[in-house]
Design a protein around this ligand. Structure first.
Ligand code: CAA
Ligand code: NAD
Length: 298
């Protein structure tokens, strides 16, 4: 009974595991919302990099909120930064967590290893969530005993800017856990939608085949990359065209998701491998992060 009461109270202590692109954004938005955050990564250089980028991005947010008040702006940045601790040991960092959000590498075995250990050490009331883009939440949860306290919390890049949070209810996610996840998402200022544990949930189930079709269109020579992107920006009102977005998300990530789904659903035409995508990835042209993908970046 006491643990269900604890669940209903607002989440105050959040441990984010994985200090890369997504984890640093998730830590930032939780700290901005007044929560105590511990950001964990196996690599302390990545943690230092994460703190630096969080500081910069908080500065952008503060500038917007406190346009004419540099003092308040600085206070907001300092106070938010002070709420974020960093650690390299996920297990001890989770001992006081109400919620653990996992944003480590997209690999089921690595995620299993982490959650299996966490399950033994985290308090009974602690909710576990994965930010996975393409894996099954139920499959990730299969290694923990607390299946009722496990779900998906899928954020979008860049986390501080994108307003959506997909809340994924696994087969055994309890109503209380689901409500806590929704409440937490709202406390960060995100609009939350409810998803079942289906491949790609809602956004990626639509976005990944859309990007794949754009690459196939380009591969066939039906239009230039620039024209495809202009088409979707000016003809459909998207902020980025599909090939720009593919470069932004990372061509390796796009390939990884498609390959994973193709293996699971070999009959689905939309998930079929794309020779051009495979070629770019094999050449190390992964998009913005390597300086070249469909476009070149400085
Ligand atoms: N932190 C804080 N603020 C940021 C930021 C960050 N990391 N990045 C951008 N901003 C702010 C800027 O300060 C700017 O604010 P103002 O408008 O108030 O000045 C605003 O966001 C827009 O930024 P820019 O002017 O630099 O650039 P832009 O107008 O071209 O927008 C964008 C950039 C928000 C990325 C926009 O192009 C966009 O929405 N693109 C589509 C992104 C998208 O589809 N993301 C989902 C990818 S799929 C995914 O994430 C799921 C998955 O599992 C793979
Ligand atoms: P990333 O490579 O930028 O960061 C992952 C971090 O996890 C790395 O810093 C790595 O050192 C760390 N890590 C790996 N194993 C660890 C472990 N056992 N313990 C602690 N830290 C560990 O990756 P990312 O883009 O931030 O993606 C993270 C997760 O979020 C993935 O599951 C991905 O599918 C998902 N996701 C990504 C995006 C995106 O656009 N990149 C969007 C939504 C969801």
């Amino acid at each position: 009974f006491s643990s269900s009461l604890a669940l209903q109270s607002a989440i105050k202590n959040v441990t984010v595991i994985g200090g890369g692109l997504m984890g640093s954004g998730i830590a930032q938005v939780a700290a901005q919302a007044g929560q105590n955050v511990t950001l964990v990564d196996v690599n302390s250089d990545i943690l230092a990099k994460a703190q630096k980028s969080i500081g910069n991005n908080l500065g952008r947010v503060a500038k917007k909120i406190y346009k004419d008040n540099p003092q308040e702006s600085e206070k907001f940045v300092t106070e938010s930064m002070n709420r974020i601790k960093t650690a390299t040991d996920a297990l001890s960092a989770s001992q006081t967590a109400d919620l653990v959000v996992e944003a480590i590498v997209e690999n089921i075995d690595v995620k299993h290893q982490l959650f299996q250990k966490l399950d033994q050490i985290a308090p009974d009331h602690t909710i576990f969530a994965s930010n996975t883009s393409s894996l099954s939440v139920n499959e990730i949860a299969s290694v923990v005993k607390r299946k009722d306290k496990f779900g998906g919390l899928h954020f979008f890049n860049p986390v501080p800017v994108m307003r959506l949070l997909e809340v994924v209810r696994g087969a055994e996610t309890s109503e209380t856990t689901y409500k806590s996840m929704m409440d937490w998402g709202k406390s960060l200022g995100k609009t939350c939608i409810t998803c079942k544990d289906t491949p790609g949930f809602v956004v990626n189930r639509l976005l990944v085949p859309y990007i794949a079709e754009a690459i196939r269109l380009f591969e066939r020579g039906d239009a230039s990359a620039r024209d495809i992107d202009i088409a979707m920006k000016l003809g459909a009102g998207y902020p980025m065209g599909p090939l720009e977005l593919a470069d932004y998300v990372g061509l390796d990530t796009n390939k990884f998701i498609l390959d994973g789904w193709h293996k699971k659903f070999p009959e689905e035409q939309l998930f079929k491998p794309i020779p051009l995508l495979n070629k770019l990835v094999s050449e190390g042209k992964l998009g913005v992060k390597t300086g070249e993908g469909f476009y070149k970046y400085e």
